[in-house]
Design a binder for this molecule. Structure first.
Ligand SMILES: Nc1nc2c(ncn2[C@@H]2O[C@H](COP(=O)(O)OP(=O)(O)OP(=O)(O)O)[C@@H](O)[C@H]2O)c(=O)[nH]1
Ligand SMILES: [Zn+2]
Length: 337
């Protein structure tokens, strides 16, 4: 699926000239000396930016010309002003570079206000415990919808394999071809490091699945607070709140980034257009060329090409069924908590 960059609206807003009292050419700086960096944290109108080729973190604010344009974790930005990162210094973000991918959420399914959570990430790591708390396949499917919609590759990380066998859950995802890694208490996590190296990955998962434990192992010194799972509800405390991007130690010479999103408690998908999801499955997409206009390719669609392909023995039934289950999860009411 083609990754969507900024919506047209964003561009329009950015480029539309403001009403000015002075001639425009005079007060429009070129910012030739601006420095490039990446936004690693957003906190109440202040942005923490890691400037390229500089170890220092710089605190910045948005410059006027950006208007109401959002700046989010993962954005590649250009900075002017005091970029020393010295205590009390403040730089200005004058440009947000075009985004390669955009992970969005709708506040919830009834509220279509879209929010961009992370920009320029290429992998969505869906962390699920095999037990304590029990896996919630409905949430997992919704996370897959978000990944496919964003043009990000999904990765399942199944934690707590010391408590339960992964096979049942894996059986559900095999036909979709979603890559997976299993972890257990104390086991080495080289396979995960390998999957994360060279990419920007967003970690999501509901409370108590072991996300903070994983982040702390991946990034020594990250100090993500590890909550305790409540024995009665199987849920952890909501210990951490703000999204943050962390640099991974190099793995076999490859750097990488992870974005921890502890603040995300619901993952509204109202912005997702169901007819686009199939683009993440080129083999299935091919079979829908003769579908009626507006076909979502879901179960029960009249004359869907996927049904024709199954009838003709050309499509893998399990794969079509799994695709349709994920598609249907877009409209389920389950929320992360
Ligand atoms: N048995 C077992 N326990 C684990 C494993 N990974 C993490 N835990 C425990 O699960 C509990 C929850 O772990 P966290 O890392 O806090 O989970 P979280 O997903 O960050 O939860 P929140 O902080 O609430 O968002 C802790 O008591 C961990 O020690 C594992 O592989 N096996
Ligand atoms: Zn169809």
């Amino acid at each position: 699926m083609a990754a969507r960059g900024y919506g047209e609206h964003d561009h329009e807003h950015y480029e539309r000239p403001r009403r000015r009292t002075r001639p425009r050419t005079k007060d429009r700086p070129t910012y030739d000396d601006a420095e490039d960096g990446r936004v690693v944290r957003v906190d109440r109108g202040r942005y923490t930016v890691l400037v390229d080729d500089q170890d220092e973190l710089v605190t910045a604010m948005k410059a006027r010309p950006l208007g109401r344009k959002g700046v989010v974790v993962g954005d590649h930005v250009r900075l002017v002003g005091d970029t020393t990162g010295d205590e009390g210094s403040l730089a200005r973000i004058v440009e947000v570079r075009e985004r390669a991918t955009v992970l969005r959420r709708t506040a919830d399914d009834d509220d279509p206000v879209e929010r961009v959570i992370v920009a320029n990430a290429d992998q969505l790591v869906i962390v699920t415990a095999l037990a304590n708390p029990e896996p919630r396949p409905g949430l997992l499917d919704r996370a897959l919808v978000a990944a496919y919609d964003a043009g990000m590759a999904p990765l399942l990380v199944l934690t707590k394999a010391d408590l339960a066998d992964p096979e049942t859950l894996l059986a559900t995802y095999r036909s979709l071809g979603v890559p997976w890694v299993v972890t257990r208490k104390g086991a080495d996590i080289d396979e995960i490091r390998d999957r994360l190296a060279g990419r920007t990955s967003v970690l999501i998962g509901h409370s108590g699945v072991g996300k903070s434990t994983l982040v702390n192992r991946l990034v020594p010194g990250a100090d993500r607070e590890v909550g305790r799972v409540n024995d009665v509800t199987g849920r952890g405390r909501h210990t951490s709140t703000s999204a943050i991007m962390l640099a991974l130690p190099e793995h076999e010479g490859r750097p990488g980034w992870i974005v921890d999103t502890p603040g995300i408690r619901s993952f509204g998908l109202a912005h997702v257009r169901p007819e686009h999801l199939i683009e993440a499955f080129p083999d299935l997409d091919e079979m829908t060329e003769d579908c009626p206009r507006g076909c979502t390719h879901g179960a029960g669609e009249p004359e869907c090409g996927l049904d024709a392909a199954i009838a003709a023995g050309e499509a893998d039934v399990d794969r079509v069924t799994s695709f349709r289950r994920v598609l249907a999860a877009r409209e389920s009411a389950e929320v992360w908590d």
